[in-house]
Design a protein around this ligand. Structure first.
Ligand SMILES: Nc1ncnc2c1ncn2[C@@H]1O[C@H](COP(=O)(O)OP(=O)(O)OP(=O)(O)O)[C@@H](O)[C@H]1O
Ligand SMILES: [Mg+2]
Length: 250
């Protein structure tokens, strides 16, 4: 059994009076890709944003219960430190209006990385991890806005990796990409699982099945079922899970 990196314990959250997550208990292990699936509005993004403590920046958000990061409550930690250790990549590929190189170095510079040689190493290393190095090594100083959607998404992942997180949260990272770009991003995610705890929200059930070791199915803010991906898809325990994975609703 791999070490647990994130553990939610009886976690609840709400926006104003609306309950969004109800009594979620769930673990995310190291070197494991966990997919979160469930219909629109069931709370998947809120779950991810709770895990990196960015949801609490929204007005009206509140939560109870606990989330442990490597065994310690993340609510006793500095929120910035949590966000650094728990990186998040969003649905729409976002390139900062900077060069490709400066995109990767954005956060490390903020944290004080000044030495040119160390910066060069970090840029190459992060771009290699997302399989973008060969494609961009001759134009590192060009605006990142010139990249394709799939390249921008891999750059966004590289930007998060640059601060050496322990956890990578991906919120529908391929939903705006074509099949070829999706495949490259999936390859990247698979490679990163060797050193990270990865959580991916996806509406693409085939993608969850291809990519994830574990799958969690959510409905109306509740965790209905979680387990090895193959079990969730081929022998789910709950009727609701079976209905969802066979496409009866969603
Ligand atoms: N900033 C916010 N303020 C108020 N309510 C919010 C906010 N963000 C999300 N919600 C509400 O929380 C519920 C869950 O939303 P969330 O975005 O987590 O769903 P989701 O499962 O990610 O959906 P989708 O698959 O469409 O992305 C929804 O009812 C939504 O309206
Ligand atoms: Mg969402």
């Amino acid at each position: 059994m791999k070490d647990v990196v994130i553990e939610l314990k009886n976690f609840n959250s709400r926006y104003g009076k609306q309950e969004v997550l109800q009594n979620i208990s769930l673990t995310f292990p190291h070197q494991t890709i966990t997919a979160i699936i469930g219909p629109s509005g069931c709370g998947k993004t809120t779950l991810l944003r709770s895990i990196n403590r960015s949801a609490e920046l929204e007005s009206g958000y509140s939560c109870t219960g606990d989330i442990l990061l490597s065994g310690a409550s993340m609510f006793n930690m500095n929120a910035y430190s949590v966000r650094r250790q728990v990186g998040m990549v969003f649905q729409t590929p976002v390139a900062l209006p900077l060069s490709i190189r400066q995109n990767v170095l954005f956060a490390p510079r903020y944290y004080g990385l000044r030495q040119r040689a160390l910066q060069d190493d970090l840029v190459e290393n992060c771009l290699r991890k997302v399989a973008l190095w060969e494609e961009v090594k001759d134009r590192l100083h060009k605006p990142a806005s010139q990249l394709s959607g799939g390249q921008k998404q891999r750059l966004a992942i590289a930007r998060v990796l640059a601060v050496k997180p322990r956890v990578l949260l991906l919120d529908e990272p391929c939903s705006s990409l074509d099949p070829a770009s999706t495949e490259r991003v999936e390859e990247t995610i698979r490679g990163l699982a060797a050193e990270l705890c990865i959580v991916i929200v996806t509406h693409n059930l085939a993608q969850a099945r291809r990519l994830a070791n574990e799958t969690a199915f959510m409905l109306n803010g509740q965790l209905i079922e979680t387990g090895p991906t193959e079990n969730i898809f081929s022998s789910p325990k709950h009727e609701k899970t079976r209905d969802f994975v066979t496409g009866l609703f969603g």
